[in-house]
Design a protein around this ligand. Sequence first.
Ligand code: SF4
Length: 187
Amino acid sequence: STTATPIDKLNDLSKISYPLCMRTLHEALCTNSHLRNSGRMQYGLFLKGIGVTLEDALRFWRDAFSKKADGVAFEKKYAYSVKHYFGKEGKQTNYTPYGCQKIISSSVGPGEYHGCPFRHMDRDSLCQKLTSCGVFASNMTEILDLAKDGQYHLACAKYFEVMHNKPASKPLLHPNAYFVESRAILT
Ligand code: SF4
């Protein structure tokens, strides 16, 4: 989407229009006031893709990190990388948001929240996460079983269906495509 997304909407959007990978990152960031580098890249590029401007992205990350890093520390440690993946520093490479394939194949260590929850979370953690998102009963079993069978996209599609009370109109192979489809249904 090329429409600007205001950052004061991200809490709401994370609950209704984010795929579970990005919702997980958003919630981990809010809980911990921190994300490791791989999580910042995966989530930051998604935000860029949904139309968060560079100025808003800097403000968003500074506020999100403010319990762990003051303004000076943020400028020193993190601001450059945000500008960098927006293409405003360094080689001005135009980084594009990660697709599912890249996210699913990433390696995720302890204390990290990037990756695809259907691939990277163990069954208990995934069950807990889905419960906190309002997924129950037969839908839960179906999603957990799809994830266990390595059908990550189908698990994600079922999550979409549960969150929107209707299935997506096409297979969604990119978190940003998930978001665009959700906004098309909800707005
Ligand atoms: Fe995110 Fe793709 Fe996994 Fe869905 S299948 S949670 S969009 S990485």
